[in-house]
Design a protein around this ligand. Structure first.
Ligand SMILES: [Zn+2]
Length: 103
Protein backbone atom coordinates (compact mmCIF):
# COMPACT_ATOMS: atom_id res chain seq x y z
CA UNK A 1 0.00 0.00 0.00
CA UNK A 2 1.39 3.35 -0.98
CA UNK A 3 1.93 5.91 1.72
CA UNK A 4 -0.49 8.34 0.07
CA UNK A 5 -3.18 5.66 -0.13
CA UNK A 6 -2.56 4.73 3.50
CA UNK A 7 -2.88 8.40 4.49
CA UNK A 8 -6.21 8.51 2.65
CA UNK A 9 -7.39 5.45 4.62
CA UNK A 10 -6.29 7.09 7.85
CA UNK A 11 -8.08 10.33 7.04
CA UNK A 12 -11.31 8.58 6.10
CA UNK A 13 -11.23 6.32 9.17
CA UNK A 14 -10.51 9.32 11.39
CA UNK A 15 -13.50 11.14 9.86
CA UNK A 16 -15.76 8.12 10.48
CA UNK A 17 -14.51 7.79 14.07
CA UNK A 18 -15.12 11.50 14.65
CA UNK A 19 -18.68 11.11 13.37
CA UNK A 20 -19.20 8.14 15.71
CA UNK A 21 -17.79 10.07 18.66
CA UNK A 22 -19.99 13.12 17.96
CA UNK A 23 -23.06 10.86 17.67
CA UNK A 24 -22.32 9.34 21.10
CA UNK A 25 -21.83 12.79 22.64
CA UNK A 26 -25.09 14.02 21.15
CA UNK A 27 -26.90 10.86 22.28
CA UNK A 28 -25.78 11.10 25.91
CA UNK A 29 -25.58 14.89 26.00
CA UNK A 30 -29.35 15.28 26.19
CA UNK A 31 -29.51 14.03 29.78
CA UNK A 32 -27.31 16.67 31.46
CA UNK A 33 -28.83 19.29 29.16
CA UNK A 34 -32.36 18.41 30.30
CA UNK A 35 -31.29 18.41 33.95
CA UNK A 36 -29.64 21.80 33.56
CA UNK A 37 -32.61 23.29 31.69
CA UNK A 38 -35.01 21.98 34.31
CA UNK A 39 -32.88 23.39 37.13
CA UNK A 40 -32.47 26.78 35.44
CA UNK A 41 -35.97 27.36 34.09
CA UNK A 42 -38.16 25.16 36.28
CA UNK A 43 -40.51 24.84 33.33
CA UNK A 44 -41.17 21.92 31.00
CA UNK A 45 -41.61 23.96 27.83
CA UNK A 46 -37.86 24.41 27.13
CA UNK A 47 -37.40 20.69 27.69
CA UNK A 48 -39.83 19.89 24.90
CA UNK A 49 -37.97 22.18 22.48
CA UNK A 50 -34.64 20.72 23.58
CA UNK A 51 -35.90 17.17 22.96
CA UNK A 52 -37.21 18.10 19.50
CA UNK A 53 -33.86 19.70 18.58
CA UNK A 54 -32.04 16.68 20.02
CA UNK A 55 -34.15 14.28 17.92
CA UNK A 56 -33.32 16.17 14.72
CA UNK A 57 -29.63 16.49 15.63
CA UNK A 58 -29.25 12.86 16.62
CA UNK A 59 -31.06 11.72 13.47
CA UNK A 60 -28.57 13.68 11.37
CA UNK A 61 -25.63 12.29 13.32
CA UNK A 62 -27.01 8.75 13.04
CA UNK A 63 -27.49 9.14 9.29
CA UNK A 64 -23.93 10.42 8.87
CA UNK A 65 -22.56 7.43 10.80
CA UNK A 66 -24.84 4.91 9.11
CA UNK A 67 -24.02 6.04 5.60
CA UNK A 68 -20.27 6.38 6.02
CA UNK A 69 -18.44 4.57 3.26
CA UNK A 70 -15.59 2.16 3.87
CA UNK A 71 -12.28 3.43 2.45
CA UNK A 72 -11.32 -0.08 1.28
CA UNK A 73 -14.50 -1.56 -0.28
CA UNK A 74 -16.44 1.73 -0.72
CA UNK A 75 -19.65 0.21 0.65
CA UNK A 76 -21.59 1.50 3.64
CA UNK A 77 -19.67 0.36 6.73
CA UNK A 78 -22.64 -0.16 9.01
CA UNK A 79 -25.26 -1.34 6.52
CA UNK A 80 -25.60 -5.02 5.66
CA UNK A 81 -26.92 -6.85 2.67
CA UNK A 82 -30.49 -5.84 3.49
CA UNK A 83 -31.37 -2.45 4.98
CA UNK A 84 -32.47 -4.01 8.26
CA UNK A 85 -29.20 -5.92 8.61
CA UNK A 86 -26.50 -3.73 9.98
CA UNK A 87 -24.88 -2.67 13.16
CA UNK A 88 -24.20 0.98 13.86
CA UNK A 89 -22.22 -0.04 16.94
CA UNK A 90 -19.91 -2.32 14.98
CA UNK A 91 -16.21 -1.55 14.93
CA UNK A 92 -15.57 -3.25 11.59
CA UNK A 93 -16.81 -2.82 8.07
CA UNK A 94 -19.84 -5.04 7.59
CA UNK A 95 -18.53 -6.16 4.18
CA UNK A 96 -14.72 -6.39 4.23
CA UNK A 97 -14.13 -6.50 8.03
CA UNK A 98 -11.79 -3.49 7.95
CA UNK A 99 -11.37 -2.35 11.54
CA UNK A 100 -12.26 1.29 12.16
CA UNK A 101 -9.20 1.45 14.42
CA UNK A 102 -6.74 -0.30 12.13
CA UNK A 103 -4.44 2.69 11.57
ZN1 LIG B 1 -15.27 -2.36 3.76
Amino acid sequence: MEEREQQGFQDQLARINTRRRVAWWVFFGIFPLLLALNAITGSQEPLVYAIIIWLVLYSLCGALVTFSRCPRCHKFIHVGLKPQLGNILGRRCFHCQLSLFSF
